[in-house]
Design a protein around this ligand. Structure first.
Ligand SMILES: NC(=O)c1ccc[n+]([C@@H]2O[C@H](COP(=O)([O-])OP(=O)(O)OC[C@H]3O[C@@H](n4cnc5c(N)ncnc54)[C@H](O)[C@@H]3O)[C@@H](O)[C@H]2O)c1
Length: 254
């Protein structure tokens, strides 16, 4: 694959899959705006990519909960690179995990402070929605573009603890992805969702069961995203693609 001259925005790009995507994209010749809230790590990762001398990376401090910061990120990409071919909405994660909720103190859904869930809904649902809204304006002018959302097995299965995560991911996988595809088609804009099962961006994900008996290597998820961004995938839109080692067809993941 060769993405020379192509421009991507990766959110949540300071770590995990957002970072791995940016590294792959630049390695394949593309330029990338890397958005994250973790400014220090982001700067270091951007410098690493640029030192390789292939595609260019640019750091953008951007909280996906903030529409003004998102619009500024979009404008930064267009000013620096002239257009946006691809947006990948990686930023996200379960609020209880990220906000380190103490389950001994807050054991069940009604006990967990609503602020935790509010944060999670903002990041995981409104983040991709807001980013798509801002970037669509640019893609509509270009009459071309691809938005890749990142869902999760949780959006298909539901969750008793990470309720907001399951709800947000379901919204992204189905409502948002289909609606953006429906709206974007007349402007040559596609939208696809990639929904992983457990991925080894964290070692504890290996504890989650799959039909194939293992969690995914993060590269396996990025390979699918790169395929979707390639000319070979031009006929795919409005689809949610599960990449979960067959977990969805197991009964309740057991
Ligand atoms: N790892 C898995 O097993 C798995 C499974 C299914 C889906 N996913 C999804 O894949 C995506 C990436 O997961 P990962 O494991 O690589 O995550 P990660 O935790 O390694 O990276 C997430 C990044 O998002 C950034 N971020 C958090 N809040 C932000 C905000 N408000 N604005 C901008 N950036 C923010 C973090 O700083 C971090 O760099 C997430 O959407 C996650 O829900 C992961």
């Amino acid at each position: 694959m060769d993405f020379t001259g192509k421009i991507a925005i990766s959110t949540g790009a300071a770590s995990g899959m957002g970072l791995l995507f940016a590294q792959n994209w630049a390695e394949l010749g593309g330029n990338v705006l890397m958005c994250d809230v973790n400014e220090a790590v982001l700067a270091e990762k951007v410098a690493e990519i640029n030192s390789k001398g292939k595609g260019k990376a640019l750091a953008c401090l951007c909280d996906v909960r903030d529409y003004e910061q998102i619009c500024a990120a979009r404008d930064m990409a267009v000013e620096a690179f002239g257009k946006i071919d691809l947006l990948v909405n990686f930023a996200g994660g379960s609020a209880c995990r990220i906000q380190k909720v103490d389950f001994k103190k807050h054991p069940e859904f009604p006990d967990i402070p609503i602020d935790v869930y509010n944060w999670g809904l903002d990041v995981n649902l409104k983040g991709p929605f807001f980013f798509a809204h801002a970037v669509m304006k640019q893609m509509r002018e270009q009459k071309d573009g691809l938005i890749v959302n990142i869902g999760s097995i949780a959006g298909a299965e539901g969750s008793t603890g990470a309720l907001e995560y399951a709800v947000a991911k379901a919204g992204v996988m189905y409502g948002l992805t289909k609606s953006l595809a429906l709206y974007g088609a007349k402007y040559g804009i596609r939208c696809v969702c990639v929904s992983p099962g457990p991925v080894l961006t964290r070692s504890e994900m290996s504890r989650m069961n799959t039909l194939l008996g293992r969690a995914a290597d993060p590269q396996e998820i990025i390979d699918l995203v790169l395929y979707l961004a390639s000319d070979k995938a031009k006929f795919i839109t409005g689809e949610n693609i599960m990449i979960d080692g067959g977990r969805t067809i197991m009964l309740g993941g057991k």
